[in-house]
Design a protein around this ligand. Structure first.
Ligand SMILES: [Zn+2]
Length: 324
């Protein structure tokens, strides 16, 4: 589907407003400050593209002409999101509203190669023209813009041009980002987050940072390598080659002690960036959320509501989110 003509600022504003609740053309004009004529044109264009539909008449106060309420067409567009974890590939298909339509999991062989991942993704190539693209979440370090990845914990993966390889194989636009950035985007899709960290404790440990409502990637897409900040001088050796990183100290601890290690590191992060919301996620946290919640500093702390689909959903939203 060619949606390039729909990516104007005003079109996105209208889609965003309709996403937050069914609205009439008149209320869209009031909310955006655009003229009713301009709104009518935009709505007509979005309806022709199959993204918006009328749900029926609403009467305002019983007088005047009833107004047609608008909503997103869930099947109007789809996006794929994939999470390349250290032992499996999780894929989701999202509809236009960001809901998961399907979520297959493909086990990956030990020491899997980029070719193995592309083979597993290949069936998505038969996606159909309403698919906007594929987002891939993977561990850092990586270069977000070019989609070149050298993920920690995946031996043999060094400077892999994942975006280019996947685009060539699938014939779809591909966006690559860190798993943690995808994850924080997924959380921000469901509820308002502004200055927040999503702490991801899976096979590795990292954060996705949202500062002023925007994903913070840093100068070289390297922001959020929270797991490799030092918390214990001369501590245990880490996969990154240094000693006493949060990831290594946390991995060497169990139960309450592990939760306290993470809490100390999160407290440093809150102090540094003046965050007011922390979202905990990842397999380790989901195994014993109460333990981690009790140990955390005194800000708004919650556990993700997504479960294991968190990263793939966020990866899909990297693509879908461009419409909003
Ligand atoms: Zn480290």
């Amino acid at each position: 589907m060619d949606l390039t003509s729909l990516r104007s600022h005003n079109d996105r504003a209208v889609l965003r407003l309709v996403r937050s609740g069914a609205l009439s053309r008149a209320s869209l004009a009031a909310e955006t400050g655009l003229t009713p004529q301009a709104i009518s044109k935009i709505v007509a264009r979005l309806m022709a593209a199959g993204l918006l539909e009328e749900t029926g008449a609403v009467r305002d106060g019983g007088r005047g002409k009833p107004r047609m309420s608008l909503r997103l067409v869930p099947g109007g567009a789809y996006a794929y999101g994939a999470y390349v974890d250290r032992d499996e590939l999780r894929v989701v298909r999202l509809d236009l509203t960001g809901e998961v339509v399907s979520s297959p999991v493909v086990p990956l062989p030990p020491m899997f190669t980029p070719g193995d991942v592309l083979d597993a993704l290949a069936p998505l190539a038969e996606a159909g023209e309403e698919v906007l693209g594929l987002g891939i979440g993977i561990a850092g370090p990586l270069e977000h813009r070019d989609g070149v990845v050298s993920p920690n914990g995946l031996p043999g993966w060094s400077s892999v041009p994942l975006k280019a390889l996947a685009e060539e194989r699938l014939g779809l636009p591909v966006v690559v980002d860190k798993d943690t950035n995808a994850a924080v985007l997924a959380e921000a899709w469901r509820r308002p987050l502004r200055d927040a960290a999503l702490v991801f404790v899976g096979t590795g440990l990292g954060v996705g940072l949202l500062l002023g409502g925007e994903v913070h990637r840093g100068a070289r897409s390297g922001a959020g390598e929270f797991g490799h900040t030092t918390i214990q001088l001369d501590g245990p050796l880490c996969v990154c080659g240094r000693r006493g990183c949060v990831e290594a100290v946390h991995a060497a601890s169990t139960g309450v002690e592990a939760a306290r290690v993470l809490a100390a590191a999160v407290t440093n992060l809150v102090q540094l960036l003046d965050l007011d919301q922390i979202v905990l996620s990842g397999r380790k946290v989901l195994e014993s959320p109460e333990l981690y919640l009790r140990a955390m500093p005194d800000v708004d702390v919650s556990v993700t509501s997504y479960g294991p689909d968190l990263v793939p959903v966020g990866a899909g939203l990297l693509v879908l989110g461009e419409l909003f």
